[in-house]
Design a protein around this ligand. Structure first.
Ligand SMILES: [Zn+2]
Length: 384
């Protein structure tokens, strides 16, 4: 009978069909069967019992299997399981009330549509599963489907635009997120690590609760400050150092004879250093740096962005930006505008425009003949 699950020895004994149900009585006849504990095979029947499970519908009718399940005595002397129930793993799991293939369909629908919509569709198709059952299947599939991780990455992410933080755990061998923790407390991470033993390497940033949580929850694991954050910190530090010595670097460039005595300017106390301040003076920068350090410190102590913003008197947006910058964000030096390639022809173009020559491509051709090498768009932009 090919419509039935392909289980060796499964026999159809009886069929009953009414307006909305197909009931099939099935018996398993395979012999001998193996004890699930010691593996010894036996044909020593102990008893039978009946079990009903739901299967995939037939033409809109619900299908019920009435299974005649057998119990056997284990022949092995020392086996702790003296009597065992035969397993039919391709048909139905132990204690399940649905066949494996029905379960698979329900799980797929659950993943595609979620609980409510999935449950409605399933009823239309002649099956039954409540929304919460579908969600339960999804949850079980999600937790059962990944192997124990060995190398993980831990990082935080913002749930509500920088106001509430949660933690994401990524399996770095499979490059897949495997867990979301509701906050970024040391204790939460430690609990998760204790529940998932066997982790050998934890990559993390330098956020203090993560260091503490990792040490408490997986003391034997190696902690690695992840490369991204280290490189970013290094980059920022180098940039700051270069910025600080910009004046000296320029002087040495201009006068090679002075290379021996490059003055090392004091970073913050030297007021009015020509190469130092951007558009703000060094005192301003100092204040801003202090503020930045305070923001980082408060965050490391676990405060939320809105509390930090309140304490230091900055907007939440600025606090978020600073925290994401991962290093003191220097004020941007206003960019020197590159002279437009049209500039040398500006006067000519203006004159022609006044002469009412307003055909842009014609003007473009005219200045091209005069030596202009830029694009048409630049000319059009200029004229506009
Ligand atoms: Zn046994």
């Amino acid at each position: 009978m090919t419509l039935l699950p392909k289980v060796p020895g499964l026999k159809l004994e009886d069929t009953f069909i009414d307006a909305d149900t197909v009931s099939l009585t099935l018996v398993s006849t395979a012999l001998p069967v193996a004890c699930p504990v010691c593996g010894h095979r036996t044909a020593r029947l102990h008893s039978h019992y009946g079990r009903t499970v739901a299967d995939l519908p037939w033409s809109g009718r619900r299908v019920r299997f009435s299974l005649d399940v057998r119990k056997f005595r284990c022949p092995e002397e020392g086996c702790p399981r003296r009597i065992f129930t035969e397993r039919l793993p391709d048909l139905v799991e132990s204690y399940a009330r649905k066949t494996v293939r029905l379960h698979e369909v329900l799980e797929l629908v659950g993943f595609a549509l979620g609980g409510e919509a999935g449950s409605r569709l399933i009823r239309r198709l002649g099956m039954a599963a409540s929304p919460s059952t579908l969600l339960h299947y999804i949850g079980r599939a999600a937790t059962a489907s990944y192997p124990n991780p060995h190398i993980i990455g831990v990082d935080d992410f913002s749930l509500r635009r920088g106001q509430t933080y949660a933690t994401i755990i990524v399996d770095l061998e499979r490059h897949e997120p495997i867990e979301l923790l509701p906050d970024r407390e040391a204790e939460t991470l430690a609990d998760w690590l204790r529940a998932n033993p066997g982790i050998e390497i934890i990559a993390r940033d330098r956020y203090r609760p993560y260091i503490e949580g990792a040490s408490a929850g997986a003391p034997e694991a190696v902690q690695v400050a992840d490369r991204f954050h280290i490189l970013k910190n290094l980059y920022n530090a180098v940039e700051r150092a270069v910025e600080r010595h910009r004046h000296a670097l320029r002087e040495s460039e201009e006068d090679p004879a002075r290379q021996e005595e490059i003055p090392v300017p004091e970073p913050s106390r030297e007021g009015g250093h020509p190469g130092w301040g951007h558009r703000s003076d060094p005192g301003q920068r100092d204040k801003r740096l202090k503020l930045y350090e305070r923001v980082v410190e408060l965050r490391e102590r676990g405060l939320y962005v809105e509390d930090i913003a309140g304490q230091v008197g900055l907007s939440q947006g600025t606090v978020v930006r600073w925290l994401n910058a991962d290093g003191f964000p220097e004020r941007k030096r206003p960019k020197k505008k590159k002279p437009s390639p049209v500039a040398p022809y500006a006067e000519y173009l203006e004159r022609r425009w006044r002469e009412r020559c307003i055909n842009m491509s014609r003007l473009w051709r005219e200045i091209k003949e005069m030596g202009y090498e830029g694009s048409y768009d630049a000319v059009a932009d200029h004229l506009r």
